[in-house]
Design a protein around this ligand. Structure first.
Ligand SMILES: O=C(O)C1=C[C@@H](OP(=O)(O)O)[C@@H](O)[C@H](O)C1
Ligand SMILES: C=C(OP(=O)(O)O)C(=O)O
Length: 440
């Protein structure tokens, strides 16, 4: 356990590069392990979640090497060529790692066992098991579809067409990755479009991926059993990590920062859209493209924010950003209403409950229901001065540390160690910009 304390600071200044995108990092290791020949990755997130995926791909027979900081090499086995892992795959805290990997192995003729940490073992896996069974896999999980689970991959995989019951890029990706080793067309229809990194990366590796709009929603199809070859990948900085210094700069008067090389995939920037609606001064500079993904440098300057309503339809493009948006909302003029938050309850913690408990303890007024939250902002900075339980949830931990940069009294979190799952070096980077975060 590492207790961390964030104290009020002066304005944030300077430039920073946050670590690589977590979603793209998981996918580059997994898809690299299916490609023949070498995939060289630059800018890989070396957070614990992604390191679990690296270890799992090794256990499945790929060769995975670190050449230097963020520089990795994967030599793949070809689609259909994964080997049976000799031991349990422990995916740690990583929902993305666990669910995408279940998809990957579901259409390989092997048996694999999955587990995770205390947080991941509470999270629902049936949402992925259901379509994978339709493709021929057998999956036996604990009650409620929880880890640990055993997965016996299909000997004769079947392609399917599957409509997502909830907006989830992890379910979509699990099915599409399973579809890679099924003969013919596997299609996922999503009523609300979610992040499309799997589709973009598969296409970048030369897989035939077709995306069309249908009356039921966006349909993504992969044509299975292609032969794919290794590619070079440069992973952009993670917009979900950039969100933390971004909001700190907005709420701390006098701030002016630049975040470099950030991914601005339209399916990931719902937070930025919302902050701009709230009146934030955020500008994209030097827009460019890397390995099929749009990126930019982002300049952020402090200023007054006003409360807005965030519609349910925006949730998929900012699903991990509600905790940090809630902190920004505490500094806005008037209420900010967020709708369609049911999925927050099945993340690393029940994030809706954690936001409510923590903000109340910091003196912020709010109202919450099953799937909505209204944060009452105020012109005067909230009191702060609370001890927050992070509940093995990196985004809850980082959000309250950002809040503590601008409250009247410091904010402490009981355990900052989960931050390393997605944002190693968080406190060092924030402090280099001017924050005052220290460990105890
Ligand atoms: O596909 C991905 O990389 C992710 C999808 C989202 O999860 P859901 O699919 O559960 O919404 C998100 O919360 C997670 O951090 C990363
Ligand atoms: C929900 C998250 O991750 P995962 O589902 O991969 O654990 C997250 O990073 O906020």
């Amino acid at each position: 356990m590492t207790r961390l304390i964030s104290a009020p600071c002066a304005g944030l200044k300077g430039s920073a590069r946050v670590p690589g995108d977590k979603s793209i990092s998981h996918r580059s290791l997994m898809i690299g392990a299916l490609a023949l020949g070498e995939t060289r990755i630059e800018g890989l997130l070396e957070g614990e979640d992604v390191l679990r995926s690296a270890a799992a791909m090794r256990a499945l027979g790929a060769s995975v090497h670190q050449d230097g900081p963020g520089r990795w090499r994967v030599s793949g086995r070809g689609i259909g060529g994964l080997a049976e892992p000799a031991d349990i795959l422990d995916m740690g805290n990583a929902g993305t790692g666990a669910r995408l990997l279940m998809g990957l192995v579901a259409t390989h003729p092997l048996t694999a066992f999955f587990t995770g940490d205390a947080s991941l073992r509470k999270r629902p896996m049936e949402r992925v098991a259901l379509p994978l069974r339709q493709m021929g896999a057998q999956i036996h999980a604990r009650q409620g579809g929880r880890l640990p689970l055993a997965l016996i991959g299909a000997r004769e995989p079947m392609p399917i067409t599957y409509t997502l019951p909830v907006a989830s890029a992890q379910i979509k990706s699990a099915v599409l990755l399973a579809g890679l080793n099924a003969p013919g067309a596997t299609t996922v229809i999503e009523p609300e479009p979610t992040r499309d990194h799997t589709e973009l990366m598969l296409r970048y590796f030369g897989v035939d991926v077709r995306v069309v709009q249908t009356p039921q929603g966006r349909a993504a199809t992969v044509i299975g059993q292609p032969e794919i070859e290794g590619r070079d990948i440069r992973v952009p900085a993670d917009p979900s990590s950039a969100a933390f210094p971004m909001v700190a700069a907005l709420i701390r008067p006098g701030s002016d920062i630049r975040l470099e090389n950030v991914g601005i995939n339209p399916h990931r920037i719902g937070l930025i859209e919302t902050l701009v609606e709230m009146g934030a001064d955020i500008a994209f500079e030097n827009r460019r493209e890397q390995a099929g993904e749009p990126i930019a440098d982002i300049r952020v300057r402090a200023g007054r924010l006003k409360g807005v309503t965030v519609p349910t339809s925006r949730a998929p493009s900012m699903i991990d950003e509600y905790p940090i948006l809630s902190m920004a909302a505490a500094f806005a003029d008037g209420p900010t209403r967020m709708e369609g938050l049911a999925e927050l309850r099945v993340k690393e913690s029940d994030r809706l409950a954690a936001i409510v408990r923590g903000l109340k303890a910091c003196g912020v007024e709010l109202e919450a229901g099953d799937d909505f939250l209204v944060v009452q902002g105020s012109r005067t900075a909230p009191r702060g001065g609370a001890e927050i339980e992070a509940e093995l949830d990196h985004r809850i931990a980082m959000s309250f540390l950002v809040l503590g940069t601008a409250t009247r009294e410091p904010i402490a979190i009981d355990d900052g160690s989960p931050i390393d799952t997605s944002f190693p070096g968080f406190a060092v980077l924030m402090n280099a910009l001017g924050a005052k975060i220290r460990g105890e």
